[in-house]
Each structure stands twice: as structure tokens, then as C-alpha cells.
Design a protein around this ligand. Sequence first.
Ligand code: PLP
Length: 394
Amino acid sequence: MSNKPTQPALSARIQGMPRSNIHLMSALAQQVDDPVSLSWAKPASGTPAHINAAAIEAINAGHCSGYSPGLGLPALREAICAKLKRDNGITADPTEILVTVGAIEGITAALAAVIDPGDEVILPSPNYSTHTEQVRLFSGQPVWVPCIEDESFRLDLDALSRSITGRTRAILFSTPVNPTGAVFSEADLRAVGDLALKHNLVVLIDEAYEYITFDGHRHFSLGSVDAYRDHVISIFTLTKTYAMTGWRLGYLHAPARLIPEINKAHNCNAICAPVVSQYAGLAAINGPQDCVGEFNAKYAAALDKVCGRLDALGDYFAYQRTQGSYCIFPRVLHPAGADSLAFCQRMLAEARVSTTPGCGFGTGGEQHLRITFCCALSDIDRAFDRIEPWIREL
Ligand SMILES: Cc1ncc(COP(=O)(O)O)c(C=O)c1O
């Protein structure tokens, strides 16, 4: 008998990438009767009407049946530059802008341009799990550097500095942070910029939650500081700001010399971002911004609600109050929380509430769970009305 395999082999690289816990929990939730989900980081609100209308208008005008320039519609790139100036303090030229298929494709394309196999990419952790997989996709080596949990998961600058080796090429993180809810301070971000200058590194900053901050915390864009500009790639999205998850539209700002290089990868991934979404994005960025404040008010109320419910369970959960994003990352004090995957699976099966196990978010994530609060207040109450008796009995 021949030992010839019956199926074509898959790449070792892709096989080495674990299945996403977020998708695992969603799949498991489908087997549960009437689950409540606190596991998706997807805004529950719909896209504002004026943005939908602009897309329909562009379709009816026949603007959407071809490709746009790979870098994006010129009018959109101009609008992005005005937005970056207004809201991020970044003085940008359209030659420094690439319109992408959401933030995710922007990060993938940027990493493709920056790292070679075996290069180390530092990930302050707990970190957004997709960032880790994106590094692995290019055969890079993720290097997790834990943040300081007791100080609201702030950056550990000494540990970051110590983790830099001759193979380090980049530092990648989101701020506000998914999953911890930290907003890295301007001073700490400048210190990261200094490390990048000293060691000639690229800092990739996923600014997906740039507008979603609470209690006076403000997001700071490191790309606004001239001294660091050659070392910073700032990645943005319309997903969170305008509840445009499904439109798949984002953009990045990078030094002009990098844009054609990143665009090579973008061309392989996508050719261009969806054209109808680019027209919608133009209306979003140039149109009324009321929705941004309205969404934030909802998230702020939801944060208060989640914290109130967690406070009532202080024997079981310890948490750092979210500064930005719509995620909170409580530590499970109950011994069953030591294995966060088993804990979340059990909570789903027995209490019918879906959360995301912390173990998927890098070093320092185990023993935590990620709760997202971009849902209705009534869902938060329904979830905790189930969690409370369940955990007290555990
Ligand atoms: C930190 C972070 N970056 C990026 C994304 C996805 O962004 P996009 O939809 O623009 O690809 C998410 C979604 O949850 C996120 O939390």
C-alpha cells in the first residue's frame, strides 16, 4: 500500500495559526438556546441614513461598477487628509494615504511591506489577537510584552525597551486597546516613538477606536509628531466610528516613500477598496458628525452598566475601568477562571452568555475574559442576570 497522502498539504504557516476564539465562541453560541452575546466587537447600531443614501446615489449614478485607483478615490484621500488634520493633528498629503479594506487589510498590507520571515514584532499585550496572526501570516515572530495591569494596562516601557533585539523590526498595537480598554498616554506613546528612533523600528498603530474614549481620556496620534513621522504607520477605519462594519473601509497614513511599497501588497490583497464603500466613506467623513457623539453616549452608558454589574460581583471579578474602546477585560477571581477557555465555554453552556476567553490575547490574557459592550443596555442586564446566579453557584 502506498503512503501517499490523499489530500494536498497545507502550508505549515497557516496550520500554525490557531482558530480564532471569537469565531469559536460564536459557533458554540449557535448551539445554545437564546444566548446573549458579549463577545462580538461589532457596533449594534446601524450605519447612519445619510451614509447609506450616498452609497445608493453613487450606485445609481453608475460610479461603482469599475475599480477605483488602487490608492483610493482622490476625493476621499483629500477628505481623509482634512480629517487627519482636524481630529488627529496629523498634517498629511494625499501621497501619504492608502484607502484599504478596513483597518485589517491596512495592517496586513503594511506588515507585508515592513517584515521579512523571522523578524520580530513586539506586541504590547494583552493585544488584539488578529494582530498576532497577521504577524504569523508573514512568518514573523510575535514577541509579547505584558502591559501593567494594575495601572490600567499601561505600557511597560522598560520591558518594551528590554525586549528589543537585533531582529526586532516593528512594534504593533491598538490604542484605545482591544481587549483591555487602555488608552495609551501621549507621554508613553512618545517614549515608544523614541525607542523607534533609537532602534530604527516601525511603529504600527491601529487607531480603530480613536473616537471611543471615556472619563476625559483622549486618544493621541503619534503620527502627529514630526520627529517620529518616518517611523509611524497609523491605521484607521470607518467600522467603529460610523457603524460601518460590513462596508469594509479603512485607510492608513504612512511616510510617502512607503505608500507605493504598501500598495504592492494592497494590490495583491484587494486591487482597491470597495468603490461603493469609498463613496459612502466620503459622505461619512465629510458629513455631519453627530453620530460619533451619539454612539459614544451609548457606549458610556453601557460602560457604567457593565461596571455596576461587575462591582456587584467583586468576589468573582476584578477589573480595570475601560478608558477607551468598547471592551473590558476583567480578571476572573474564581478558581474556575484559571483556564479562561474552559470558563467561557462553561459560562456559555450553563449560563447561556457568550464572552471571549482571555487566553487568545497574548501573554497576560489568561485568567481574564473579554466582555464587549457595544450592545443594548438590556442585553447587558440579561447577560448579568444569568451570570450572577451561575457564578455564585459555581
Ligand atoms: C483593534 C481593532 N482593529 C481593527 C478591527 C477591525 O477593523 P476593520 O473592520 O476596519 O477591519 C477591530 C475590530 O474589532 C479591532 O478591534
